[in-house]
Design a protein around this ligand. Structure first.
Ligand code: AMP
Length: 213
C-alpha cells in the first residue's frame, strides 16, 4: 500500500528520545508500549504505525522495506553490513561515544591483545586501520566485565557518562567514533512514497536544526 508508513524505532534510550521528536511532528502513539503487548502501535495518524524493536533489527526491517523509516544508532548502522539504506538525517539524539577502554591498573600485554565487544566489524576495522593484530571476542552484554575477569585486555563499547567504566576500574584508551541516532529510509520507498516521506524528513530536519541552534 503506497499510503501507509511504518516507522521502526530502536528500543531503550533511542525510543525514549524519539517519542518527543515524533510528537513535534504531530505523531502521537495511541498505546503506551510499556503497557501494551502489541508489536505494531497505532498513532493518531491512521496511515502511520510505529514498531519498537531491537536496535540491531532496525536496519534489516528498513532495508527489506518492512518498515519505510527507521531510527537507529550510528553504532548499529556502522556494524550493519547491508548497503541499501538512505541515511538522510543525523537526529542528534542518544549521543554517546564508541571507545576503546581497558583496566586502569592493567598489567603489560605480552601476547596479541584480546578485545571483547559486540561490535565485531567496527572493532576489526579500527584495528585493521592501525595495522594492529588483536583477537576479537564477541559478547552480547556487560563488556566491562571482560577485562575485570581476565577474559580480555580491552573492550570496545559505547560510553555515555563514563560511570560504568569508572565503577569497574576501567579507563578510556581511545575515541573510535561519535555516535548518535540517525533516520534511515528504505530506498524503494523513497521513490514510491516520496510524497509522504519527503515532508516527514524535511520537518524532522527543521526540528533537529532548531534544537541545535
Ligand atoms: P555510561 O555508564 O553512562 O558511560 O553508559 C555506559 C553503558 O551504557 C554501557 O554498558 C553502554 O553499552 C551503554 N550505553 C551508553 N550509551 C548508549 C547508547 N546511546 N545506546 C545504547 N547503550 C548505551
Amino acid at each position: 500500500m503506497t499510503d501507509k508508513i511504518t516507522i521502526a524505532v530502536s528500543k531503550g534510550r533511542i525510543y525514549d528520545e524519539t517519542i518527543p521528536l515524533l510528537a513535534k511532528l504531530g505523531i502521537v502513539l495511541k498505546d503506551d508500549p510499556k503497557k501494551s503487548r502489541k508489536l505494531i502501535l497505532d498513532t493518531n495518524q491512521s496511515n502511520i504505525k510505529v514498531t519498537i524493536i531491537r536496535a540491531t533489527d532496525v536496519p534489516t526491517y528498513v532495508e527489506h522495506g518492512a518498515a519505510e523509516l527507521g531510527i537507529a544508532g550510528k553504532d548499529v548502522l556502522m556494524e550493519y553490513s547491508g548497503d541499501s539504506l538512505y541515511e538522510p538525517l543525523n537526529l542528534g539524539i542518544a549521543k554517546c561515544r564508541m571507545m576503546l577502554a581497558g583496566l586502569k591498573d592493567a598489567k603489560p600485554i605480552i601476547d596479541r591483545p584480546r578485545v571483547v565487544t559486540k561490535y565485531i566489524n567496527i572493532t576489526r576495522n579500527y584495528f585493521a586501520d592501525r595495522g594492529q593484530q588483536v583477537e576479537i571476542i564477541k559478547l552480547y552484554g556487560s563488556m566491562e566485565l571482560g577485562p575485570v575477569l581476565g577474559l580480555s585486555d580491552w573492550i570496545v563499547d559505547l560510553v555515555d557518562t563514563g560511570n560504568t567504566l569508572k565503577a569497574n576500574g576501567l579507563i578510556t584508551l581511545d575515541h573510535i567514533a561519535d555516535i548518535s541516532s540517525r533516520l534511515v529510509v528504505n530506498k524503494a520507498a523513497m521513490k514510491m512514497k516520496n510524497k509522504l516521506l519527503k515532508p516527514i524528513i524535511n520537518q524532522l530536519a527543521d526540528i533537529v536544526e532548531n534544537s541545535e541552534s
